[in-house]
Design a protein around this ligand. Structure first.
Ligand SMILES: *Cc1c(COP(=O)(O)O)cnc(C)c1O
Length: 389
């Protein structure tokens, strides 16, 4: 048998490689503190679980769901967007529930990228934008996110011939892995860039509710004209601690939503309805779980940033997301420093190179580990006597 060539073009999924190394150390009996994957350590709030259990007992929810999702869910999504961002969406044409936003992101590339097509992709970035471009036969064109530009891309610096040929531009604010944020002016400028170059924008926004100090990120959809050029991906994963249930959202441009629906209707059969019911509870119910988890994250953030800056890393305090993007000391690559942390004090982090070439001066710490593990990690870091190279 012969596996298709497109698989050989895929680099190994970053987390798989790291997890394997960590698993080897753990199998050898070591206690590893994992600052790697971003996955809330707090359980899904009880009222959401209750809604799901109730729906699971109803035989009407035991049969194939509709790919479009329950009308009530699409309405709840539209209502949430209106309340949170003041954005008006048509629940039948401009809203599509997803089996986690990762699923929708991957399938969106299949909708717009043909063999040899260019997608503009931030570097560093969540790996799925470029991997799905490659699967679709396209070419990711990296657009660097530099610290001196607050990790915002300089869209004007993209060569005219690349920009005019590109089919898609991917953006993600609040940003994973850098923790950077974007204001509405940035999104307005992105809309103009898309109009000028006749390309579509996909804005990935799972962290708009993971915020500190009262910061409220805008939605890309608030930018005038955004609906004409793009979509926004959202997710219940990070906001409502629902990573395990797999439910996300795409909203925005009708044509793009419809294209995604057409691909999906041929590839999957929708989201289990009990999980859709859970999402309705989450979106319509009390929102205090988000604020109380953000408070916990902020305590962790403040402690960890201080320790990291004390050991020669340069870390800024993000206004949103649960990540710290820390610059490694001169003379180290992200892999060097990641291995050093793992070898010398059993601390696992994600090396920045996994998010792109521009990430190689950085490592990412996620704050979603239990408090006692965090304390142990902080203890090891603050007493670390780094062996020099
Ligand atoms: C976590 C994450 C996602 C995926 O979220 P799911 O809805 O759980 O698939 C997408 N994009 C970014 C940037 C993320 O960090």
């Amino acid at each position: 048998m012969q596996v298709a060539n497109r698989l050989s073009k895929l680099p190994p999924y970053l987390f798989v490689t790291i997890d394997k190394k960590i698993a080897e150390r753990q199998a050898a009996g070591e206690d590893i503190i994992k600052f790697t994957i971003g996955d809330p350590d707090s359980p899904t709030p009880p009222h959401i679980i209750e809604g799901m259990c109730h729906a699971a007992r109803n035989p009407a929810n035991h049969r194939y769901p509709d790919t479009k999702g329950l009308p009530k869910l699409r309405q709840a999504i539209a209502a949430w967007y209106k309340k949170r961002f003041g954005v008006i969406l048509d629940p039948d044409k401009e809203v599509l529930p997803l089996i986690g936003s990762k699923e929708g992101i991957g399938h969106m590339s299949l909708c717009f990228i043909e063999s040899g097509d260019i997608a503009l992709i931030p570097d560093p970035a969540y790996p799925v934008y470029s991997l799905s471009t490659i699967v679709a036969g396209g070419k990711p064109h990296p657009i660097p996110l530099k610290e001196k530009n607050n990790f915002l891309p300089d869209l004007e610096a993209i060569p005219e011939k690349i920009a005019s040929k590109a089919k898609l531009l991917w953006l993600n604010y609040p940003n994973n892995p850098t923790g950077a944020i974007a204001n509405l002016d940035f999104f307005k400028n992105a809309v103009r860039f898309a109009q000028k170059n006749n390309l579509a924008i996909c804005h990935d926004a799972p962290y708009t509710e993971v915020v500190f100090d009262g910061y409220k990120p805008p939605s890309f959809m608030q930018a005038p004209g955004a609906k004409e050029v793009g979509v926004e991906f959202h997710s219940l994963s990070k906001t409502y601690h629902m990573t395990g249930w797999r439910i996300g959202i795409a909203v925005g441009n009708e044509q793009m939503i419809n294209a995604l629906f057409r691909i999906k209707t041929n590839m999957d059969s929708g989201i289990p309805q009990a999980i859709q019911q859970a999402a309705i509870e989450a979106l319509r119910g009390p929102q205090d779980c988000t604020a109380s988890y953000n408070y916990i994250l902020q305590q962790r953030l403040d402690k960890l940033v201080k320790v990291l800056n004390g050991i020669g890393l340069t870390a800024r305090t993000p206004k949103a997301t649960f990540y710290i993007w820390a610059r490694v000391p001169q003379g180290y690559t992200s892999i060097d420093f990641t291995e050093k942390l793992l070898d010398e004090i059993g601390i696992a982090v994600t090396p920045g190179i996994g998010y792109g070439k521009e990430g190689d001066d950085y490592i990412r710490f996620s704050l979603t580990l239990a408090d006692d593990r965090l304390e142990e990690g902080i203890n090891r870091l603050s007493t670390w006597k780094r062996r020099d190279k």
